[in-house]
Design a protein around this ligand. Structure first.
Ligand code: ZN
Length: 167
């Protein structure tokens, strides 16, 4: 297992389309292990493959306090959703920025595990939020895209200032 370097906003790799996984071999398992290692080392609760530069439809999540409830989702699709919930989100690819996003409260996701076997999960609350955030990454969507125009402009100003401060 190896910790991989995080791809940070505004890197275009966060915006590129991802490919469906069709081969469930040891190199996929190694990638999944690297993703988990990177997520845990970065203290995140979820990580999508584009965040380590892999344009593949893969995400790992673990919202548990003791980091023992890792979920690996390959080719995930949201098949059902209901309700509304808002939560202050952050993203490992946009360090230090947080803002409130409105998402679905309950979702049903179908995906495949590391052996290619299909499974379905129903998620609510924080897990549902986290899964929607990560599945967005597979479409090149970031949480800042889901903010109102005013809040997104605030983000852009914050980001510009941060770039200036780094100069
Ligand atoms: Zn993210």
């Amino acid at each position: 297992m190896a910790r991989r370097e995080l791809v940070l906003y505004p890197d275009p790799r966060l915006r590129q389309p991802t490919e469906k996984v069709s081969v469930f071999d040891t190199s996929l398992h190694k990638l999944l292990d690297d993703m988990s290692q990177t997520m845990y080392a970065s203290r995140g609760i979820g990580l999508a493959a584009p965040q380590i530069g892999e344009a593949l439809r893969i995400t790992v999540v673990d919202i548990s306090e003791d980091k023992t409830e890792r979920l690996e989702l390959i080719n995930p699709i949201i098949t059902d959703s209901s309700g509304e919930i808002s939560f202050e989100e952050g993203c490992l690819s946009i360090p230090e920025y947080r803002d409130t996003v409105v998402r679905k409260e309950l979702i049903t996701v179908t995906a495949q595990n590391r052996h290619g076997e299909p499974f379905q999960i129903e998620a609510e609350g924080l897990l549902a939020i986290c899964l929607q955030h990560e599945i967005d990454h597979l479409e090149g969507i970031l949480f800042i895209d889901r903010l109102s125009r005013i809040r997104r402009d605030m983000f852009k100003r914050w980001f510009k200032k941060r770039l200036k401060d780094e100069e």
